[in-house]
Design a protein around this ligand. Structure first.
Ligand SMILES: Cc1cc2nc3c(=O)[nH]c(=O)nc-3n(C[C@H](O)[C@H](O)[C@H](O)COP(=O)(O)O)c2cc1C
Length: 583
């Protein structure tokens, strides 16, 4: 049972003035249906395939050292990243910055099939199109031979391009409210890269990818003992100014970058037992305006020869979800050594290094339809997706400490092959305080039984018994990876109520949260000896019908699947920087 929201007509006044209606309209219009996919070109315009590598021609490129896995800084054990206070904080320098960017956004391998070659990265991306661009705002740092300024990260070169040199004192002033040894990371999206293939639905995928990039960066920071928090009270115009995306003269219009978010990263441990530190989630817009009033360098390279189609609805959704208000929000950050561990269950493979897991992360292209995982592995994965909502956001365990909000995404799970768990449909309420609200949005006849054997604190419920393999594949655009795995799930976001309460700018954030969650499980799957794949293609309303979701109360935003992978042996794998002469 699903109800379609009446779509406001294009010229209706409410649609013109109400951004919330606009993002809802975007969402409804970009649903895939059994008999009709969301609008796209319908074929691949290979002649205009966008270049996945942005460069700023005319901007100075500073190469970062390409580090071998066993070079300093050596990565800690994967398990240590989830143990509060286990990783000593490393100073920011050329090598640590190189490692950070390697684990967050760098190339992780090249694949070759016949004449074709394509690069994979530490962060995954829908269709491997990589719409996300990464930036750093660096102060003058002792031991780092870089000017204070804005740098664009060029993953193919593993280098930083200097877009603008800022006055060191002005950057220091901007960073003053944060702990010492702080810098800023920013992300933008080139919508065109995803729209080229996926048409109107591309705005969703760009935002999933931002969530993955936030997760990849947070975990990369954790391997160095660094902290990271999303500065999500910054007005988007300020983000645009700081990242230079407002400089229309530097971009071809169709390939411009949409400013997404900023995060503060700092390399200073809080002393144990201290009360923590209050940090703002905003930047002073006047300081940013003055800082960026300086000479800029470089023009964005052309990504495609031509842009046959314009998807206006993407621009409309981007504009409607633009964050205008700057709130004076702050959070209290607790010393990591004082936090509680997120997952009391034993680690899957505590010996393997975090770097190894990050480098080997891949999306499975198919599963064997046989491999099962243990109930403990499954429960641990579920635990890692749970922020401890009893604590304030700045006191939660990694990586949820990066996310200054309570969770708004819950999981509807298709359990196929988990030893000791009856196959069927399960539900994880990631914020247990919202259980009643969630239940009221779903079929009232569902039987909410606590999943047998699950750790007490895990709000995991068993809804229906049965073989959901075919159903899972069917609703995931008939992709067998959703049924041949050990389990798959849909991420159900609190939707219309939350958007009406908080504003249209929350629409992208729901995708960011789902991407961040996906990133945690991509890595955890590798650590457990299995593999994951994000699934952006699913039939929206048929998914909702499974649980009889009431109207637009909850909406599935992203699907995900984990199981025993089958390698495609026709593909050769090459080292990530072989093109730069590195083995
Ligand atoms: C948001 C998102 C949606 C995705 N959707 C699908 C999908 O529907 N089907 C699929 O087989 N893979 C999907 N993928 C996996 C990508 O194709 C994969 O990440 C990309 O090819 C890069 O490969 P890698 O993850 O091994 O680095 C998705 C990935 C992301 C991040």
């Amino acid at each position: 049972m699903s109800h379609e929201l009446p779509i406001p007509s294009e010229d209706s006044e409410s649609a013109a003035i109400n951004p919330i209606d606009l993002v809802i309209r975007y969402h409804v219009r970009t649903k895939h249906h059994f008999n009709r996919y969301a609008r796209s070109l319908g074929y691949l315009d290979w002649a205009n395939q966008p270049d996945p590598f942005r460069r700023f021609e005319g901007a100075k490129l500073i190469s970062l050292p390409l580090l071998m896995p066993d070079e300093e800084p050596v990565s800690p054990a994967y398990g240590a990243i989830y143990q509060p206070g286990a990783i000593p904080c490393q100073p920011v320098g050329p090598k640590t910055l190189s490692r950070f960017l390697e684990f967050a956004l760098a190339l992780s391998a090249w694949k070759r099939a016949g004449e074709s070659e394509w690069a994979l990265r530490s962060n995954p991306s829908s269709g491997n199109l990589h719409p996300t661009e990464g930036y750093l705002v660096l102060p003058k740092i002792e031991g780092l031979d870089l000017d204070a300024g804005l740098y664009h990260y060029a993953p193919k070169e593993h280098g930083l391009e200097l877009r603008a040199k800022f006055l060191p004192d002005a950057v220091a002033k901007l960073l003053e409210p944060f702990p010492p040894h702080a810098f800023i990371m920013g992300f933008t999206s080139v919508h065109w890269r995803e729209a080229w293939k996926y048409g109107e639905r591309a705005f969703r995928y760009c935002n999933h990818d931002i969530g993955h990039a936030i997760g990849a960066a947070r975990i990369a920071a954790a391997t160095l003992g660094w902290n990271m928090v999303l500065l999500d009270a910054v007005e988007q115009h300020t983000t645009a100014l700081l990242l230079g995306t407002n400089r229309s003269e530097d971009f071809i219009e169709a390939e411009s970058e949409h400013p997404e978010c900023l995060a503060v990263i700092w390399a200073a441990p809080e002393s144990r037992g201290s009360e923590g530190r209050e940090i703002p989630l905003f930047l002073d817009p006047v300081l940013v305006t003055n800082l960026t009033d300086c000479p800029w360098h470089g023009k964005a390279n052309r990504l495609s020869l031509d842009h046959a189609v314009r998807w206006d609805i993407i621009d409309e959704a981007a504009e409607a979800s633009w964050k205008t208000g700057a709130d004076k929000m702050t959070i209290q950050v607790t010393a990591s050594a004082d936090r509680l561990p997120s997952a009391p269950l034993p680690l899957a493979t505590s010996e393997v290094s975090a770097g190894q897991i990050i480098r080997q992360r891949r999306s499975a292209v198919s599963f064997d339809g046989k491999t099962s995982i243990s109930a403990d592995t499954f429960f641990r994965m579920m635990q890692l997706t749970m922020p401890d909502v009893a604590l304030p956001p700045g006191g939660r365990s990694m990586p949820w400490d990066v996310w200054p909000f309570d969770p708004a995404i819950h999981l509807m799970l298709f359990v196929h092959r988990v030893d000791g768990l009856t196959p069927g449909l399960y539900f994880l309420a990631r914020d247990p305080r919202k259980l009643e609200m969630i239940q009221s949005c779903l079929n009232h006849e569902l039987n909410w039984t606590k999943a047998p054997q699950a750790p007490d604190e895990l709000p995991l419920y068993w809804l229906l018994e049965g073989d959901a393999k075919r159903l899972a594949a069917q609703v995931s655009c008939h992709q067998e990876i959703a049924g041949d795995s050990a389990f798959s799930f849909g991420m159900l976001a609190e939707f219309e109520g939350l958007l009406r309460e908080r504003g249209a700018w929350w629409y992208p954030r729901l995708f960011w949260e789902s991407g961040l969650l996906g990133q945690v499980l991509y890595l955890e799957a590798e650590a457990a000896g299995v593999r994951a794949t994000g699934i952006g293609c699913f039939f929206d309303d048929p998914v909702h019908e499974i649980l009889a979701v009431r109207e637009l109360s909850l909406q599935s935003l992203y699907h995900f699947t984990i199981g025993g992978p089958v390698e495609d042996r026709r593909l050769a794998t090459l080292p990530p920087y072989f093109h730069l002469g590195r083995k």
